[in-house]
Design a protein around this ligand. Structure first.
Ligand code: SAM
Length: 315
């Protein structure tokens, strides 16, 4: 049995994940609610929580983990969600291209092996034009991981050198933009594309997020996220991709929760108004009691002016 190596989620992870799922729901439109989504469970089930918070039916959420304890915790926390104790590649095969979105929030670095597994999951599981979210441990700033990163970089450099689309895809402006945020992300995209040519699937990236938490190490290492569309044909059109650098702390999570809660309370939907704390909590994978407490402190003026803007919340 695999050991549970997941360290839990950081404030920045919560924020990036929520934004990315909001983006996915907009991109998929009605399909977001009628089709299935594949996620890695973990004992926290953060992605499951956000999907439920956005109104996805539990039966359309398929979660997987190699760790039995994580599977049991996720099942207990989210009744009705299908949680498999298995390798995610096997589950992708079982569902044979039924997923409208696939979220692979790995705990590992973007090694050749992990990229290959990523492509297999997409190839076996994704519908054409499914939306995917791929998160890799970045860690380039951590000295003890330096050797590992150098190893990866050499491998990526070789991939890039052999890439015929390199010149068209990376014009000067794009290159600057990517290097400013995290140059390794574009390398990941190229590596996925090159490896994918052999497997008949790759990712057309449309946004890169690089995130880290402002708080201490216990809150997590930096991550690099690629948000894109799964392609099964050989068309690949270079374009400018949105890049985001996200740095968040617990205070940002609290602000976001209070803001979403206030927006839901003012919404036209009676269900959202009635269960505002429940939904805001799900969207950030935090206990409902915390949202209730934050909202009541906020209304009593405990936090002062949080600078909340109307319309800046659940999008
Ligand atoms: C970063 S966590 C996922 C967090 C989760 N997305 C959330 O929102 O809470 C990654 C999880 O993937 C699991 N995992 C890693 N490789 C896997 C594989 N090949 N198949 C299934 N689960 C895997 C790990 O055990 C770990 O619990």
């Amino acid at each position: 049995m695999s050991a549970d190596k997941y360290k839990g989620e950081s404030p920045a992870k919560k924020m990036v994940r929520l934004n990315s799922w909001l983006k996915t729901s907009k991109e998929l439109g009605k399909k977001f609610y009628t089709e299935k989504h594949l996620v890695l469970a973990s004992r926290e089930g953060g992605d499951i929580s956000v999907l439920l918070g956005l109104g996805v039916d539990p039966s359309n959420i398929i979660a997987v983990d190699l760790v039995k304890f994580a599977v049991d915790s996720a099942k207990e926390k989210f009744p009705g969600v299908v949680v498999y104790h298995n390798n995610i590649t096997e589950v992708a095969k079982k569902y044979a291209n039924q997923f409208a979105s696939i979220n692979l929030d790995w705990c590992g670095h973007a090694s050749k092996e992990l990229l290959s597994t990523t492509l297999d999951v997409l190839r076996f599981g994704a519908q054409p034009n499914a939306i995917c979210y791929l998160a890799f441990l970045s860690g380039r700033e951590k000295p003890k991981l330096y050797a590992k990163i150098q190893e990866e970089k050499t491998w990526f450099d070789n991939v890039i050198d052999g890439c015929p689309h390199k010149k068209q895809a990376l014009n000067k402006k794009d290159r600057q933009k990517f290097t400013n945020v995290n140059s390794r992300l574009i390398l990941v995209a190229f590596a996925l594309k090159d490896l994918g040519l052999n497997k008949g699937v790759w990712v057309d990236p449309d946004a890169f997020f690089y995130y880290c938490s402002k708080t201490s190490k216990k809150n997590g290492l930096p991550f690099a996220v690629l948000h894109g569309k799964v392609r099964f044909n050989r068309l690949w059109s270079p374009k400018i991709i949105d890049t985001y650098f996200v740095e968040s702390s617990e205070t940002d999570v609290r602000k976001r929760a209070i803001q979403m809660h206030a927006e839901m309370k003012a919404s036209e939907s009676p269900r959202l108004r009635k269960h505002a704390a429940h939904f805001a909590a799900k969207l950030l994978n935090i206990p409902k009691s915390r949202v209730v407490s934050w909202a009541s402190h906020y209304s009593r003026g405990t936090y002062g002016d949080l600078g909340l803007r109307a319309g800046g919340g659940i999008g």
